[in-house]
Design a protein around this ligand. Structure first.
Ligand SMILES: *[C@@H]1O[C@H](CO)[C@@H](O)[C@H](O)[C@H]1NC(C)=O
Length: 426
């Protein structure tokens, strides 16, 4: 059988609990060819995040050593074309550094280094380390070299963490990015839903709102990303995609409980022991928040990359998507220095036909309400605001294009099945 062309991808990530699962999905996906991991600060500090790639590869290596029959399930785990591994930014373009260690642990993997020393990196073992290639160049140089080494518009750049490295790449080599990049898929932002780090901000944008703004809300045609090749996966669409922990216990690890009863490696495949060891703490935190599931934010972005390769001959406009997927163009600005709104997406609802109610045009809704003599709530304005001249050329007069935001996927249950089949072989 002829091999289908695989989409070469660069994964820019801050692993991280859900990042690690997302990377597992990428490694087990034959549609992808992982060129590099660019490690960023974010969920934890950049060095702990970097170590987690070793821990992940070690777990896969141990798994395959014990179950060689499973090797084919990991098409991106091979010494033949090892992805590059490079340390990226240690903090945002500007402003203070923020981590999410309360959720991901100081080691980025729910502090398994304390509960599960058997999962610490065994540098003496060579069973896994040939399957990726640590490099000493700067992360911008690595991304540049990879873009230049491949045909125009063939590479998908996936961002699972803060957008700092991509912003630096665009600052330094924008023309190459314009010529060469195939697609950018980024897990970032919250539009019409609450944030997950503050009440208004999603973590990746909160961690570096400067980078996100520079890339997604360019002030002139010579800056920012080629927006016709960008797909954003905001919390609005990712949050409904979950791995329910009871489902994980039922299908993958019947002994799975919580950090109060830590995972025991005996009788488990090394990969299952690895994932259970960090899920057990995530489960406790999620239960405190009233949900017995892992939200699959970054996993949605990788899934999107699997099913939506770059369009080599795109002609501008919104990025084309495969069956079952849809994007909508949204316009917003990004708060960088807000006293309480750092990282917030400030959506401009005046021009949007998605504003006000799903699929509704605000003026039409107003007309319908008037027709039925229905008032709004007490605190709501009953009229469309008059357009006012603004002195700040920011939001209104700047020539601006919206960003394609993911609004539809084939559905949470499809992802759940794909994930459990590919990652755990079930
Ligand atoms: C918030 O969203 C980001 C998406 O990248 C995710 O990595 C992180 O785990 C989420 N945090 C919480 C507390 O859910």
């Amino acid at each position: 059988m002829a091999e289908k062309t695989r989409t070469p991808i660069i994964i820019d990530t801050d692993p991280g609990v859900d990042d690690t699962v997302a990377i597992l999905l990428a490694i087990t996906s034959p549609e992808l060819e992982i060129l590099a991991y660019i490690i960023s600060f974010g969920n934890t500090d950049v060095h702990a995040a970097y170590d987690n790639i070793y821990k992940l590869y070690q777990a896969i290596g141990r798994h395959i050593a014990l179950h060689p029959e499973d090797a084919a399930r990991f098409p991106n785990f091979s010494p033949i074309v090892p992805p590059l591994l490079v340390v990226g930014p240690e903090g945002p373009l500007e402003g203070g550094r923020h981590f999410a260690q309360y959720f991901h642990g100081r080691d980025g993997l729910s502090d398994i280094n304390e509960r599960h020393p058997e999962l610490n990196i065994d540098f003496g073992s060579s069973s896994f380390s040939h399957n990726f290639q640590p490099v000493k160049e700067s992360s911008v140089e690595v991304a540049l070299r990879l873009l230049e080494s491949r045909p125009d518009r063939s590479i998908t750049y996936v961002v699972l963490g803060p957008m700092t490295n991509l912003a630096q790449l665009v600052r330094q080599h924008r023309q190459t990015v314009m010529d060469k990049i195939g697609r950018v898929i980024a897990m970032a932002g919250a539009l019409d839903v609450p944030g997950n780090t503050t009440s208004v901000a999603e973590f990746n944008v909160f961690a570096d709102p400067y980078a996100a703004k520079e890339l997604l809300v360019p002030t002139d045609p010579t800056s920012g990303l080629p927006l016709d090749r960008v797909v954003l996966a905001p919390l609005d669409i990712t949050t409904s995609h979950e791995l329910p922990f009871p489902y994980y216990a039922q299908k993958v690890d019947p002994a799975f409980k919580s950090a109060a009863q830590p995972s025991n490696a005996d009788g488990k495949s090394p990969l299952v022991h690895f994932t259970s060891s960090f899920f057990e703490r995530t489960r406790e935190i999620m239960l405190e928040w009233g949900k017995d599931a892992l939200e699959l934010h970054d996993i949605v972005a990788i899934w999107c990359a699997i099913e939506n390769p770059p369009e080599i001959n795109a002609v501008g406009g919104l990025p084309g998507m495969s069956t079952g997927w849809a994007v909508a163009e949204r316009t917003f600005d990004i708060e960088r220095t807000g006293e309480i709104t750092r990282g917030m997406f400030v959506t401009d609802r005046r021009e949007e036909n998605t504003a006000y109610a799903p699929g509704a045009n605000r003026a039409e809704v107003q007309a319908q309400l008037d027709l039925r003599h229905l008032g709004h709530g007490l605190l709501e304005s009953t009229a469309l605001p008059a357009r006012v001249e603004v002195e700040d050329p920011g939001l209104d007069q700047r020539q601006r294009k919206g960003v394609a935001c993911l609004v539809e996927t084939p559905g949470p249950s499809v992802l759940l099945q794909l994930l459990t089949r590919r990652v755990w072989g079930i």
